[in-house]
Design a protein around this ligand. Structure first.
Ligand code: 5GP
Ligand code: MN
Length: 344
C-alpha cells in the first residue's frame, strides 16, 4: 500500500466526497462504492455515490442504494454534476481508465479535488493523487476492506458495510471458484461474516433473483444464439437488439451468460457479443492459460483481468463477429499455446 500519510490527512476532517465507479456497475463496483460510502458516512463525511449508468436490480438491496445518483438519468444529472464539481475528494473505484466512466471522466480530469483510485485491473492510467492498486486482489471490495483496516477502523465495519464488501468478493471470485480465490480472500470474508455479512442471504439475493423472462432468455440464447468453434476451443453468443427486446431484457440480464459458453468441455475462450444502443458490447472469459485481457485491449478497445475482460466494437454485429473469428484464427498460437498445468 502506498504511504497513507497524506491520504489520512485528507480524511482527518469532514469532507465533501464523491465516490464513482465504472459504467454498468457490477457487484464489486457497487459493493465497494456503497461499502466505502457507509464507512465514510460513519466517519462524519458528506458522501455521494455517482454511477455513470444504471445497474442490475439484484444489487439494489445494498444500504445506500436509494441515495445513489445515476449520471445517465435526466433527473439525477444536474445534482450529480454539482456534487462532482464541488467535491473535495473523489474516489474512483473498480476502474483504472477514465473512459470507463463516460462523461464523468472529463469532470474528474478537470477537477481540483484530491483523487483516489482503488482498483485491481491491469495497466492503470495515472490520474490519481493516491492509488491503492493491486492486481493480486480478487476484488476492489477486498482492497476497500484492507484500506479500512489500515486506517485503524476495522471495528467500524458493521453489517451493512460487511454485506456490500462480501457481495463484491463473492461475485468477482465467481462464487469463490476462480483462481483469484486466495487464502487472503477467505481470511477477509471470514472477517466480513464475523462483522455481520450473511453469506447465504447475499448469495440468494444476487444469484437467485431471476425473472422468468431472464431464464427464458438464457434458454433461448443457449439454444439459438450459441456458436461453437470446436477446433479453436472457442464458443460465443451473439445477441441482437431484437433478441434483447423480445425478452424484455433488463440491465444485468446478460450478466453471467458468457460463462455458459466457457463451461463447455474443451472450450478455453468464450465471448458474448451484445448489440446495445451505443454499439456492440463484448465480454470475454477464458480458462486459466488464455490471456484474454490482452486480446481485448489489442483488438476491441477494452481490457480487464487475465481471464475476464471486455471491450467494444462500432462495426455491425455481423462484422464484429466475423472479425473476432478471424482474429482468433490468426492469433491462436498466442492465445492457446500455453500448456494446461496438471492438478494431479
Ligand atoms: P464484463 O464482461 O463482466 O462486462 O467485464 C469483465 C471485465 O472486463 C471487468 O473486469 C470489466 O471491468 C472489464 N471490462 C469490461 N468492458 C470493458 C471495456 O470496455 N474496457 C475495459 N478496459 N475493461 C472492460
Ligand atoms: Mn472488480
Amino acid at each position: 500500500m502506498e504511504a497513507l500519510g497524506t491520504f489520512k490527512k485528507e480524511l482527518s476532517s469532514a469532507r465533501k466526497i464523491v465516490i464513482t465507479t465504472h459504467v454498468k456497475p457490477d457487484a464489486d463496483a457497487l459493493g465497494s462504492s456503497l461499502g466505502l460510502y457507509n464507512y465514510l458516512i460513519r466517519k462524519g463525511h458528506e458522501v455521494t455515490v455517482i454511477t455513470p449508468s444504471d445497474y442490475p436490480y439484484f444489487l439494489t438491496w445494498m444500504k445506500g442504494n436509494d441515495e445513489v445518483l445515476d449520471f445517465s438519468s435526466y433527473t439525477d444529472r444536474e445534482k450529480a454534476q454539482a456534487k462532482l464539481t464541488t467535491a473535495e475528494i473523489i474516489f474512483c473505484l473498480d476502474f483504472s481508465a477514465l473512459d470507463r466512466v463516460n462523461a464523468i471522466g472529463d469532470l474528474i480530469r478537470k477537477s481540483n479535488a484530491y483523487i483516489v483510485n482503488i482498483d485491481h485491473h491491469q495497466d492503470p492510467e495515472d490520474f490519481a493523487d493516491f492509488r491503492l492498486w493491486s492486481t493480486s486482489a480478487a476484488a476492489t471490495c477486498e482492497l476497500v476492506y484492507e484500506l479500512i483496516v489500515a486506517l485503524g477502523d476495522q471495528a467500524l465495519i458493521d453489517k451493512a458495510i460487511a454485506s456490500c464488501l462480501y457481495a463484491g468478493i463473492m461475485t468477482d471470485t465467481g462464487g469463490f471458484r476462480h483462481p483469484n480465490t486466495t487464502k487472503n480472500v477467505h481470511l477477509v470474508v471470514a472477517e466480513l461474516i464475523e462483522a455481520g455479512a450473511d453469506s447465504a442471504k447475499i448469495a440468494n439475493l444476487i444469484y437467485d433473483s431471476n425473472s422468468i423472462n431472464r431464464l427464458k432468455f438464457i434458454g433461448f440464447a443457449i439454444t439459438r444464439r450459441l456458436v461453437i468453434l470446436k477446433d479453436l476451443h472457442t464458443a460465443y453468443f451473439v445477441i441482437s437488439k431484437k433478441d434483447l427486446k423480445k425478452y424484455q431484457s433488463q440491465t444485468g440480464d446478460t450478466e453471467g451468460l458468457v460463462n455458459y459458453a466457457l463451461s463447455l468441455e474443451g472450450i478455453k475462450l468464450a465471448a458474448l457479443f451484445s448489440e446495445r444502443e451505443d454499439g456492440i458490447k463484448i465480454s470475454f472469459r477464458s480458462s486459466v492459460e488464455v490471456p484474454v485481457n490482452k486480446f481485448a485491449a489489442d483488438h476491441f478497445q477494452g481490457g480487464g483481468h487475465v481471464n475476464a475482460a471486455g471491450g467494444k466494437s462500432s462495426l455491425s454485429l455481423k462484422k464484429t463477429v466475423e472479425r473476432f473469428e478471424s482474429l482468433v484464427q490468426e492469433h491462436q498460437e498466442a492465445l492457446f499455446h500455453a500448456q494446461v498445468e496438471s492438478i494431479h
